[in-house]
Ligand binder design. Structure first.
Ligand code: GDP
Ligand code: MG
Length: 161
């Protein structure tokens, strides 16, 4: 598929990124957004909310049998989160690399978790782990009209593959 306006390949892969309550409390929203912007991804949705345990139980449904699951829901509903949808070439895989290992003790320096956190129970950020997971999570957190299709001035750079 090619964009009607630019004739370049359409890059529609999207992922859900969330600054978790500890990331908001520690004032990392700006630095986290900055990393995705400077990498060249396009922000197509953004909002701040305090998530209900119901929403979080759907978001983390795969983890419901884990021993830490009740604590995870309590943590994630304890304060506001900033949820975002970022778009671009291989954005799911690239953002997982940018975010780093789930356990901050194993996350490399230079990754978001490696730079901003030290414990798995307070690891600052969420990123979808697959394209299918991303689509499911985006539909869960956002209404269609909350996502914007807009042309970036540097599209010719970000789409040159
Ligand atoms: P992620 O995709 O890297 O966020 O990791 P998972 O999907 O496996 O887990 C979701 C979230 O649950 C993680 O980001 C952590 O916040 C939390 N979590 C995962 N494993 C543990 C654990 O062993 N203990 C605690 N307390 N929290 C965990
Ligand atoms: Mg996960």
């Amino acid at each position: 598929l090619r964009s009607k306006s630019t004739g370049l390949p359409d890059v529609k892969e999207r992922t859900l990124i969330a600054v978790k309550p500890d990331g908001v409390q520690r004032r990392f929203i700006g630095q986290i957004i900055q990393r995705f912007e400077q990498r060249g991804f396009k922000l197509v949705g953004l909002k701040m909310l305090q998530a209900s345990e119901d929403l979080l139980s759907q978001h983390y449904s795969e983890l419901r049998t884990k021993p830490f699951y009740p604590r995870l829901l309590k943590y994630m509903s304890s304060g506001p989160v900033v949820v975002m949808v970022w778009e671009g070439h291989k954005v799911v895989q690239t953002s997982r690399t940018m975010v780093g290992h789930t356990n901050p003790a194993e996350a490399l320096a230079g990754t978001i978790r490696g730079d901003f956190s030290f414990h798995v129970s307070r690891n600052v950020i969420h990123a979808s782990d697959s394209e299918e997971g991303a689509q499911r999570e985006i539909q869960l957190w956002f209404k269609g009209r909350e996502l914007l299709n807009w042309d970036c001035c540097d599209q010719s750079l970000t789409l040159a593959v």
